[in-house]
Design a protein around this ligand. Structure first.
Ligand code: ATP
Ligand code: MG
Length: 318
């Protein structure tokens, strides 16, 4: 990516080391972080921060872009296979970089299994549907199973130890710890060639900690900040971000599905693609893209197996 922090106008070695010590090691990270946050983390004065950010934005040109430049950036977008062609198809070819993809579903619907599978497939070369990169996995529920990663890697003909060595896992114990881990990613992602970030689950700590109507707005504000950091990471470093979400009962639904995704509008707006999962017959799973401006809402059926995620052998489309 772009050059040293010292190459920015107005940044000497002292300022550069303050920025680095606070986790802002790249020009991209400086350009996309809100100025107030930079000021609080680094103890650099607000006006200096504004000047540094101006220089950073000039260097990576985050101002107006032509549609052509925008188009070229979109061309650098990569797609990661889920292991199932059917599921990839309804996602428009796989999990996209420069975007947030959300898997929503009830207990046992396969959210964690998909995350584990993606942790393996993201490491594959481009021609095999991978992102040629490593993975950061934030586990909020203690359900990350290294044995399952081994099993999936082996069943797909990969060396499990190599695969496991490329997945950086952190267990988040509460919502503020979860936020701290996200901040760490601004340093970790470029330093470790991370191309996929997973947060499984995005919302369980927030739901558990901010209970009751009186805490709802604070919860949503925190969640919003945190989701926007993920969006910035995905855009600044061309990485794919996958989050999982639970369903909650919707007491006002008279018709249709009585369950809806948790997290309200904040989750809905931040996530580029939302995928609803449910269990089908004979151990199959059914995925459906919801609220998408560009993807069709047709369901895809797939299987969770020893191999991870795969297509159903003979799709008897019942
Ligand atoms: N090795 C395996 N082979 C086949 N199926 C498996 C294997 N491991 C897990 N599964 C299936 O995946 C299911 C668990 O799915 P998963 O843990 O992804 O659910 P989840 O959506 O993350 O649920 P939660 O909301 O509880 O986190 C199991 O019930 C089982 O059907
Ligand atoms: Mg899970």
């Amino acid at each position: 990516m772009s050059g040293d922090l010292e190459s920015l106008n107005g940044v000497g070695s002292t300022t550069a080391s303050k920025l680095r010590a606070s986790g802002y090691t790249t020009i991209e990270a400086i350009a996309v972080t809100p100025p107030r946050e930079l000021m609080e983390k680094t103890n650099i004065g607000f006006n200096t921060i504004l000047k540094i950010q101006e220089a950073a934005r000039q260097m990576i040109a985050t101002d107006f872009k032509t549609a052509q430049e925008f188009y070229e950036k979109r061309q650098t977008m990569k797609k990661c296979t889920t292991g199932s062609k059917k599921l990839d198809e309804i996602l428009g070819g796989g999990i996209e970089t420069q975007a947030l993809t959300e898997f929503i579903g009830e207990y046992g619907s396969g959210k964690t299994q998909i995350c584990l599978m993606l942790s393996v497939t993201a490491q594959l070369p481009y021609e095999k549907g991978g992102l040629e990169g490593n993975v950061a996995f934030i586990d909020t529920e203690g359900t990350f199973m290294p044995e399952r990663v081994y099993q999936i890697a082996q069943a797909n003909g990969l060396d499990p130890q190599t695969v496991a060595n490329n997945i950086f896992v952190a267990r988040a114990y509460n919502s503020s710890h979860q936020c701290l881990l996200i901040d760490r990613l601004f340093t970790m992602v470029p330093e470790n060639n991370i191309k996929l970030i997973i947060v499984d689950s995005m919302i369980s700590h927030f739901r558990g900690e901010y209970v009751g109507r009186e805490n709802l707005s604070e919860r949503q504000q925190k969640l919003n900040q945190y989701l926007h950091k993920l969006v910035r990471l995905s855009e600044a470093y061309n990485v794919a971000v996958v989050v999982t979400n639970q369903v909650q009962a919707n007491p006002t639904a008279f018709f249709g599905d009585p369950n809806r995704p948790a997290g309200g509008n904040i989750m809905a707006h931040a996530c580029t693609h939302r995928v609803f999962l449910r269990k089908g017959s004979k151990g199959t799973r059914i995925a459906r893209v919801i609220d998408s401006p560009c993807l069709p809402e047709v369901p895809a059926r797939f299987l969770i197996s020893e191999k991870g995620v795969e297509d159903i052998d003979q799709d008897d489309d019942e």
